[in-house]
Ligand binder design. Structure first.
Ligand code: KG4
Ligand code: ZN
Length: 323
């Protein structure tokens, strides 16, 4: 089954073609990062207009890379939520027009489900499965007992992890999106600054990063006011240590409680080196739990993950109809 995926929820215009939810034949991505960098974050109106400019070219690129004709496509999958509404609409209109013109069914995909399914390109899923979703807009622990069934165990009560990384990085003077640069700095520093480790209730799977972010900003402001030097690498390492420790501890606790067979990590922050190392070390101590991270190129927004999720959603919905 050949699925064409379309993603335009934020600042990446992407079209991908994936066979049987696994084999990525094409994953064309146009990123607007260089444009939004100037503003220090995504400007929604600019993002929508850039999607309009690039969408057709990205469609053509994907079909060319995959060496397939529209007639060969069996299913179209498109991100419909969450995201910037103006940006989403560009992808939805393009996907629906393509599906209608070529008489192909079209399924709507939730962007977060797409991030989770990016892991399927890497490894089959073994249930029960726990997904740690860490993106620019979301932080969630999600339990899956079957394909396309999602139970949210916990989520952030304020900032998403990626958002906290970007805000902290901006105050450190780093370019948008700053997560990757904070991560790189953290590798060179020591966690010598005292910052909070926010667990909320002992039994809660919810997260909170706003207080931690404010604590970092306070340190920077105080140092600036007193004209004291800041060891940015050490501050980045301290911030990363607080974030990663809480993420890993809550993930391991949920994995043990729900006796999961697999943990997958989803979203842009899945690229974080500190998280990859700490979670790998922690999961190695568990028995019979497989840990999967998406390839770096599938961590941030892309349409391949939307095509994979769409493939499973379509199969799941059709199975339901048969019952
Ligand atoms: O999943 P994603 O592409 O977009 C959303 O769906 O939100 O994630 C983008 C986020 C940004 O906040 C970016 O700074 C963060 O992922 N990010 C990282 C790293 N690489 C990307 N955060 C921490 N460490 C990284 N290595
Ligand atoms: Zn995303």
């Amino acid at each position: 089954m050949l699925v064409l995926g379309v993603e335009s929820s934020c600042d990446e215009t992407s079209v991908a073609i994936v066979r049987n939810g696994k084999e990525v034949l094409a994953n064309a991505i146009y990123t607007q990062i260089d444009i939004h960098k100037i503003f220090g974050g995504v400007v929604p109106e600019v993002a929508s207009r850039e999607h309009v400019k690039k969408m057709i070219y990205v469609f053509e690129q994907a079909l060319m890379d995959a060496k397939v004709t529209p007639k060969e496509i069996d299913l179209v999958a498109v991100t419909t939520t969450p995201g910037l509404i103006g940006s989403l609409l560009v992808g939805i209109n393009a996907a629906k027009a393509f599906a209608l013109a070529h008489n192909i069914p079209c399924v709507d995909v939730n962007h977060i489900d797409g991030h989770i399914y990016a892991n399927y390109i890497e490894s089959d899923f073994h249930f029960p499965l726990l997904a740690l979703v860490v993106s620019g807009g979301h932080t969630e622990l999600v339990l899956m007992k079957e394909h396309y069934q999602f139970e949210i165990l916990g989520q952030t009560l304020d900032d998403a992890v990626g958002e906290a990384y970007d805000k902290v990085g901006r105050v450190m003077g780093l370019d948008y999106p700053a997560g990757m640069y904070v991560d790189q700095l953290a590798q060179t520093g020591k966690p010598s600054y005292k910052l909070p480790f926010v667990y909320l209730d002992k039994d809660s799977y919810n997260f909170s990063f706003s207080g931690l972010k404010s604590a970092v900003l306070n340190i920077i402001n105080k140092c600036n006011m007193k004209n004291e030097p800041i060891n940015v690498a050490d501050l980045a390492a301290s911030f990363q240590s607080s974030v990663v420790t809480v993420l890993v501890d809550k993930t391991i606790k949920a994995a043990q409680t729900y006796k999961v067979k697999q943990i997958v990590v989803a979203g842009g922050v899945a690229a974080n080196q500190g998280l990859r190392k700490s979670l790998t070390d922690a999961v190695n101590k568990l028995e019979n739990v497989k840990l999967t991270f998406p390839k770096m190129k599938y961590c941030t927004d892309n349409a391949a993950m939307i095509a994979v999720a769409g493939y499973f959603k379509y199969r799941f919905e059709n199975d339901l109809k048969k019952c």
